[in-house]
Design a protein. Sequence first.
Length: 456
Amino acid sequence: TGTQNQKPSSGFPNGFLWGTATSAYQIEGAVNEDGRGPSIWDRFSHTPGTISDRSNGDTATDHYRLFKEDIQLMKALGAKAYRFSIAWPRVFPDGTGAPNPKGLDFYNRLVDELLVNGIQPFATLYHWDLPQPLQDRFGGWTSRDTSKAFADYAAHVTGRLSDRVKHFFTINECSRLVHLGHEWGADAPGLKLSPSEVKQVRHNVALGHGLAVQAIRAHGRAGIRVGPAENAVSCIPAVETPANVRAAEIATRELNAGYLTVILEGKYTDAYLAQAGKEGPKHTAEDLRIISSPIDFVGLNVYMPDHYVVAADNERGFTLAPFPKSFPHMKATWLRPGPETIYWVPRHVAKLWNVKSIYITENGTSGSDEPAADGTIYDVDRIMYLRNYLTQLQRATSEGVPVHGYFLWSLMDNFEWSDGYEQRFGLYHVDFATQRRTPKLSASFYRETIARNAVV
Ligand code: GBH
C-alpha cells in the first residue's frame, strides 16, 4: 500500500523466521520400526535408575506416525520454520556400513510434508541418539572413530536431503552431551570419566562437527548452509557498564573455549590449555584446521543465565557472581529465568567472532500445565517467560545483532531425557495415554507474536 513500514520501530525485522524445535528421540517413538537400530538412549533409558519416572522414548509422542497431524499444529501457529533432528540409528542402524533406506524415507516424507505446508525444514544431524553399536565397538565419542563415522553419516544424509533442506545443524549441545553424558553420568551413555578424558571427548565432538561441516559441503547441493547448535555458557554483565560488558565478553570466550571458541578461532585459548596442563586434549594442527572449517551461522540454545559477571582486577579480568539462594526458578529447578540472557549471548557471539548470522535454535520452559476447571491450560508462567525473553531478543535485533530466526522449544510436550515425562516444555499439551494434542494458552501467545512479528 506504500504506507507499510519497511523497518518498524518496534517489533522484529521483516523476514524474521519463527519456528518451533524438537528432537528425534524425544518425539518419534517407533523405536523398532522400519529397521531402526538401537541408540545409546534406548539402552540408557531401559537401564533401571536412570529416568526419574522410569519411562523411555519407546512411544514418546508417536510422531513417527502422527507427523502430518503435528505439521498442522505448526501451521496453526503460523510458524514458517521447523527444527527437527534426524535419528542416526534409523539411517545407519549399525552406525556405519550399510544404510537403511527406509530410515531416511521417513525424513523424506517429513520434509515433503513440511514444504507442502510452507514450513522450512532445519535439520539437526545429531541430538544425542548415537547408534549403540558405535558405543559398543569403540566407546562412542571417547574415540575419533565416532567423529569420522559422524561425517560419513552427515555426507549420506545431505546427499539425499539437500535438494530440499537448505539448513543443517551439526551437533546439538556439545556442552550437555559431554558433561551430562560423559562426566556426571546423568545422560546416555552414563559415563563418569576423568577430567582429561572429558576434555578428549569434547575434542572428538568438536572434530566430529568440523568433519561433518566438510562432508556437508562436499556432498550437499550448492547454497547449503551449516552451523553448530550450542548451549553456550552464558555470561551476563551484572550491571551494564562498558567494563562489565567487556568482562562478560572475555568470560564468554574463556568459558566456551573447548567448543565455540575453538570452532570460531581455530585454536584452544592459552588459559584452556594451561588449565588442562599435561592433561589437555590430544590433538594436531590438522584437527584444529578441521574444527574451524568455515560455518554459515551459529545456532544458540538459550535457556538461562549461567553467570552474572563483574569486571575485576585479577588475572582473568572478571569475577563470576555466586547465585543467591533466593534466585527464582521455573518448574524445573535448574531453569533460572534471566530474560537478558537471550540479548547478551547473541551480542557477545556476534561481537567476539564477527558472526553474521545467528539462529536461536531453542528457548522455552517447562511448567505445571494443569488444566483448569474449564479444561484450558492457562500456562501464564510460560507466557511470562517467553514474553520477557522475546522482549530482550527484540532489543538485540533492533540494535542490529544479526539474529535471523527463533525456534521455540518445544512444539509439544515430549520425553525430557532423564526427567522422563515429568517436565513438559510444549506449546501443545500431550496426553500420553491417548496421544491427544491440546493447545495451551501459550500457543495463542506465540501465534499472536508471529502474526504481529512483535512481542505481544
Ligand atoms: C536442551 O538442553 C535440549 O537440547 C533439549 O533436548 C531439552 O529437551 C531442552 O533443553 C529442555 O531441557 O543436571 O539438573 O543441573 C537444555 C540445557 C543444560 C538443561 C543442562 C539441563 C542440566 C540440568 N540443559 N541442564 S541438571
